[in-house]
Design a protein around this ligand. Sequence first.
Ligand SMILES: C[S@@+](CC[C@H](N)C(=O)[O-])C[C@H]1O[C@@H](n2cnc3c(N)ncnc32)[C@H](O)[C@@H]1O
Length: 305
Amino acid sequence: MTDRSAGTADAYGTRDPDALARRAGTRANPDNDQHFLVDDRVLDRLPAYLPDDADTGHLLEVGGGAGALTDRLLAAVGAGGPTAVAGGDGTGRVTVIERDPPFAAFLREEFADAVESGTLEVIEGDALAVELPAFTACVANLPYGISSEIAFRLLPEKRPLVLTFQAEFADRMVASAGESAYGRLSVSAQHYADVEVVERIPKEAFDPQPAVESAVVRCTPRDPDYEVGDEAFFLRFVKALFTQRRKTVRNAIRNTAHISGLDRPDAVVDAAEEDLLSRRPGTLDPAAFAALAELARTHGSPTEA
Ligand SMILES: C[S@@+](CC[C@H](N)C(=O)[O-])C[C@H]1O[C@@H](n2cnc3c(N)ncnc32)[C@H](O)[C@@H]1O
């Protein structure tokens, strides 16, 4: 059994990332998106933010670092560990993806028993490039440098997600139509899931501290109450219109045909309702965007991206 005492108690709790990193033969490097959560209270809460009916049979973590959250996820699937909690029937498993080789090796050593029993798999690699396992839910303190790319890799999987982001990014993700933070990110994320900020995390909860505040976002997959015939076109259309957020929708459709790929933007404008055309993109909810995108797809002769 690995000696866990190297994660010495500090002001926050049980795992001192410096001590853990030293044991891993490396140091947490902020340039490598390595801001480790050291507040035990936050770490304990993260898996508990999953929706009550979430299937915790196979939890995914992106960016394992020194394993403080991995530890909680193993506990959440009932696989024991020093912070074992109630819940989980002992049959679940965890996959963690970690890009930094010393930390990936450290995770394998730190949780050697779980790796041995098949409860934990450590994938060393870039979470944007490796094949994702068939996870049932994901809980992660994400590397902020890939927030957007990884969020849009995970959201289409339609699984419950509990993810930390920079607070400003989280606010844009959950903003509603008409709010200043509402934009492409909000529409695209809310197309896949009900998204909500469940906690704000101060910088002091991390070591080394990031420059900005963070927030935890829960994404509960949803089936939208509208139809989108071509998802890639829908997302491209939303992106295009928000490059002209101060224009009317009418002008935005015309001005961004080179981005959305519309050959016949005027035909889309002719087919759309005046009520939508005279508004600004930032006032359209995802359903209104979907309605417009369907008109654009069927009347505007979009070409492939
Ligand atoms: C914010 S830290 C979180 C560490 C740990 N889960 C915690 O909560 O303390 C992000 C981790 O992601 C890793 N990482 C950075 N970019 C990555 C990528 N593209 N793919 C996988 N892991 C990455 C970093 O090495 C770091 O360990």
